[in-house]
Design a protein around this ligand. Structure first.
Ligand SMILES: Nc1ncnc2c1ncn2[C@@H]1O[C@H](COP(=O)(O)OP(=O)(O)OP(=O)(O)O)[C@@H](O)[C@H]1O
Ligand SMILES: [Mg+2]
Length: 583
């Protein structure tokens, strides 16, 4: 995505260049039609003023008929240009949204960690609306420039002095408009930024409404929001005041220039450089365009504001993804997976290094359990395998291929993850399970749900598989959401399976059932399973014990118990009932 606002907008203007040219043609014809109208009017006034003895009615009727024909042509062309605009502006808007959505999806996980999702969608809307509004304003600009050019040309027919006058006048107006536009742009950016900040506070509060209710902290949130709104209100008030002053300045310039033009024309008439018909014609033309100075500055101001909005949205959206596929990255196609960590060092931004020189190999089809105290690095370890973050040094390889040489899509296709917090789409249960394999038939989805022990609770809903799960799966319990995630993973058929506390929210009875289906699911796959409930890891080939980013123990359940180290300590604590809930 282009980072600078002019380039971003230009990209879309280029796409619709033919429509633009057609519209430019319409604008030119219309403006010349408009500019010649005062000529016929002046002729009619002239004839009426002289009150010739002869048959002047037929002359007036001729001029009036020409005036009517030209006005009709102008009307027809200006209205037909609206239809051209109506055809392509909505198209441009959907293209912007489509492109931004596509680019935002390329962002790495850290981008979504840093940016609030509500803020991102707010910026997408601002970007799409401002870009199309900007393109719309381009026609106003074209129209204004067209009218001014037509006025210059027709006035130069009357006298070359008028050409000089109007050119100087336009130069002054453009100069002042640029200066005023800068002030306007500054305030446009400021209000755009503050409005996003206020919006972020609202989104944050709404998405955490559970916490607000349970802590009864609505008053606190209200004060929080009011603080942001107060800052926004102040900025908007100042912006409006600034706009008011700018408007007064523009009106004053238009009025003054009209008065100067009239005096200049009187001087020209007195000096015999123009006759009375030309006097009427020139003043009518200038009267028609003098307000354009004002309109041009308004268009310029609005364009400046839109540019401010586009720039502020691009600051958030046009960020280079932290993790990108190499140009020569290839698609990983594997049936079984060996995972190796070679001298891996990694730390989150602004944090100390979590892993230092980590070396490890997980053989194909090995079932590995990851245990350790909270914050010891288990989830980070599996996120690195999915390349949600790039290692700082060293490398992670699958079957000898460095993750950085593989396309991210193909890597993720080979990994099925059941995360710690399962989030579901606000779609039906059927669609959520089918997400593991979008091509799967209803029968396959139902079979997967049965294996994941989800079928039982799904059938209790009156709409069964067609039940909508609500925002992030709100209508389901934690354990039910986990079962949906397991069903989804069953459908995915990936050679690497990752469970991050996949059964932690299940009751012991459901867990016994699911363990059986998980056993089937794990067959022939490389498995990494994080569990705090150590009893679930007894059957694993190997258990890695994490402590502050280091793997301090590595072996199977029996061997680690014999070793009497951290694992044995944790296990005994659970057996004694301090931490766990079962033996
Ligand atoms: N996105 C992040 N940005 C910065 N630091 C993070 C991020 N995610 C995790 N951390 C930090 O990295 C460390 C390891 O976190 P991680 O989530 O890997 O622990 P964990 O072993 O999975 O813990 P738990 O058992 O509680 O899930 C913690 O100190 C945590 O605060
Ligand atoms: Mg974790």
């Amino acid at each position: 995505m282009e980072k600078s606002s002019p380039r971003f907008v230009w990209h879309y203007i280029k796409i619709f260049k033919w429509q633009f040219m057609l519209l430019a043609g319409c604008v030119m014809v219309r403006n010349f039609a408009d500019a010649t109208q005062p000529y016929f009017l002046a002729k009619i006034y002239g004839i009426v003023a002289e009150k010739n003895q002869g048959d002047y009615w037929s002359e007036i009727i001729n001029y009036a008929s020409l005036l009517a024909i030209i006005s009709l042509i102008s009307l027809f062309i200006s209205e037909s240009s609206m239809f051209i605009i109506a055809r392509f502006l909505p198209k441009a808007k959907t293209m912007v949204i489509r492109d931004v959505f596509y680019d935002v999806n390329k962002q790495s996980i850290s981008y979504f960690n840093n940016e609030m999702t509500g803020n991102i969608s707010h910026k997408v809307n601002i970007l799409a609306n401002s870009t199309t509004d900007f393109i719309g304003y381009c026609f106003e600009v074209m129209h204004t420039i067209g009218r001014l050019s037509a006025a210059i040309i027709v006035l130069s027919w009357v006298s070359c002095y008028y050409t000089v006058f109007i050119c100087i006048w336009i130069a002054i107006v453009v100069f002042i408009s640029c200066k005023l536009g800068k002030i306007r742009r500054f305030w446009g950016n400021e209000t755009g930024r503050l409005s996003s900040a206020a919006n972020a506070v609202i989104v944050d509060a709404i998405s955490n409404y559970n916490e607000i209710k349970s802590f009864a902290n609505f008053k606190f949130e209200k004060i929080n929001l009011l603080k942001s709104l107060r800052i926004l209100r102040k900025a908007e008030t100042t912006e409006k005041k600034v706009m008011g002053w700018i408007r007064i300045a523009q009106q004053f310039i238009s009025l003054t220039s009209l008065i100067i033009f009239i005096f200049f024309s009187i001087y020209m008439l007195k000096a015999g450089k123009i006759d009375s018909t030309q006097f009427i014609f020139a003043n009518t033309v200038f009267l028609n365009v003098s307000f354009l100075a004002f309109q041009m500055s308004w268009v310029y101001n609005n364009v400046s504001k839109l540019f401010g909005n586009i720039s502020s949205a691009l600051e958030t959206l046009a960020v280079n993804p932290e993790i990108i596929d190499r140009d020569d990255a290839f698609n990983l196609k594997i049936k079984k997976a060996t995972i190796s960590f070679e001298n891996v060092t990694f730390g989150y931004q602004h944090r100390n290094k979590l892993f230092k020189c980590l070396n490890l190999e997980i053989k194909a089809k090995e079932k590995v359990g990851l245990v350790g105290l909270s914050g010891s690095g288990k989830s980070t370890f599996i996120k690195l395998i999915s390349r949600y973050y790039d290692v700082d040094s060293g490398s992670i390889k699958i079957n000898g291929y460095d993750l950085r040489d593989i396309t991210q899509d193909s890597l993720h296709q080979n990994i099925a993850t059941i995360p710690q917090d399962v989030c579901l789409f606000n779609r039906t249960l059927l669609e959520n399970i089918r997400y593991g394999d979008t091509e799967a038939s209803n029968e396959k989805v139902e079979a997967a749900a049965k294996k994941a022990y989800a079928d039982i609770f799904i059938k209790q809903f009156s709409d069964g598989y067609n039940t909508k799960v609500g925002d992030r799966g709100i209508i389901l319990s934690g354990g039910e959401r986990q079962r949906i995630a397991i069903a989804r993973a069953i459908l995915k058929k990936a050679p690497i399976l990752i469970f991050d506390e996949a059964t932690s929210a299940l009751d012991s009875q459901s867990e016994i059932h699911i363990q059986k289906s998980l056993k089937n699911l794990m067959k022939g796959k490389t498995v990494l399973a994080i569990a705090h409930r150590l009893s679930t890891l007894r059957e694993m080939d190997r258990i890695l014990v994490f402590d502050k980013g280091k793997i301090v123990e590595d072996g199977n359940h029996e061997a680690l118990l014999k070793k009497n180290g951290l694992y044995a300590k944790l296990y005994k604590m659970q057996v004694a009932g301090f931490m766990g809930d079962e033996q």
